[in-house]
Design a protein around this ligand. Sequence first.
Ligand SMILES: Cc1cc2nc3c(=O)[nH]c(=O)nc-3n(C[C@H](O)[C@H](O)[C@H](O)COP(=O)(O)OP(=O)(O)OC[C@H]3O[C@@H](n4cnc5c(N)ncnc54)[C@H](O)[C@@H]3O)c2cc1C
Ligand code: SF4
Length: 327
Amino acid sequence: MKNFEYVRAKDPAEAVRLVAERPGAAFVSGGTDLLNLLRDGAQSHDRLVDVNGMGLDKVTIGARNVRVGGWARMSDVAAHRFVRQRFPVVSEALLASASPQIRNMASIGGNLLQRTRCGYFRDAASPCNKRVPGSGCPALDGENRWHAVFGGSDHCIAVSAGDLGVSLLAVDAVVLTRGPRGERRIPFGDFQVLPGDTPHRENVLEHGELVVGVELPFSHFAGKSTYLKLRDRATFEFAVVSVAAALDLRGRHVRDVRLAFGGVATKAWRSFAAEDALRGKELTGATIEAACRAAVSGAVPRTHNAFKVELLQRAVSRVLHDLGGVR
Ligand SMILES: Cc1cc2nc3c(=O)[nH]c(=O)nc-3n(C[C@H](O)[C@H](O)[C@H](O)COP(=O)(O)OP(=O)(O)OC[C@H]3O[C@@H](n4cnc5c(N)ncnc54)[C@H](O)[C@@H]3O)c2cc1C
Ligand code: SF4
C-alpha cells in the first residue's frame, strides 16, 4: 500500500474542497471497499478525506419523500421502521448486501460508489481498461462467469456490484450531491454510466463531488416492492442475478410497475421493455411470461455467463408471481 495523507473534514464544504483541490484525493467513509483496493494496489490515492462525523447520517421523513443521509450506515437504513414499511425493496436490498459487520461500517454513499468485483480489476497484476485505460480487457475472452450480459462494450463487461442501486431504480430515487460547482439532484437512473470506450468512468460525478444523500419519493408502487437476490451461497456474497420489483396494482390491473436487475449489467439495469409488457395489463401468468421474455431481449451472453439469461427470466417470474399474488 502506498503512503497517503489522512484528513478529517469538519463539514461537507471542507470535504469537497480537500478532494477537489488534489487530483489524487478521495473521500472515505466506512473504508470497507476503498481500503481493500488500496491494500491490493488496485487503486492508489495520496489523500483520503474522512466524511464521517459531519451529520447527514440519519433518515429524515418529509411530506413527499424520505431523505437518507450520505453517510448513514447500511444497517441503520435497512432497519429503519419507515423505510421497511414504505420502501421494502430498499430495506431488503440492504439486508441482502454483505455481512452484518460490513453493513454496520459501510455507508450509503460508499455503497453506491463501490467498484466492480471483476477479478481482473482487483488484481493489480492483470491488464484492465477500467483500472489502466488502454491496457486491455482479459474478461472478454477469459473468466467471465460473473460478467455482464447487458450494457457491455468491447472495452469492458464488468458488472456493477451493489444491491442498493438496483433497489433505488425501482423507487425512482434521486441522488443528492455537493461538489465544487454546487449542489445537484441526480435521478439514480442517470447516475451510473455505461462503459463505452471510457470504462474508467462509472458515474456522472465530477472529481470532488460528494454524495450527501438519497431521496426516496413516496409513490403508489414503492410500498408494494421487493428484492430477490440469487447468489452462490446464502451467506454474504454478491448477486449472480437480482431483481428489484415495485407494483401498483388495482385489483389485477397493473397501473404502474418498476423492474430493475443486478448482477447482469454494467450498471444497475432498469428493464423498460419488461415494464411495458405489464403496464396497463392484467397481471396473469401469460403477461408475466411476456415480461420475462422482454426482460432478456438484447442480452449478449459470453462463454461462461449464458446461464444468466435463463436465470434472470426465472427470477423475474418468481418475483412477479409472489409480489402480485398470482398462483
Ligand atoms: C466481503 C464483502 C462482501 C460484500 N458483499 C456485498 C454485497 O453483497 N452487496 C453490496 O452491495 N455490497 C457488498 N459489499 C460491498 C460493501 O457494501 C461496500 O464495501 C460498502 O458499501 C462501501 O461503503 P463504505 O462506506 O465502506 O465505502 P468506502 O470504502 O469508504 O468508499 C467506497 C468508495 O466510495 C467513495 N465514497 C465514500 N463515501 C462517499 C460519498 N459520500 N460521496 C462520494 N464518494 C464516496 C470512496 O471514495 C470510495 O471510492 C461487500 C464487501 C465486502 C468486503
Ligand atoms: S471487464 Fe472491465 S473491469 Fe474487468 S478486466 Fe475488463 S475492463 Fe477490467
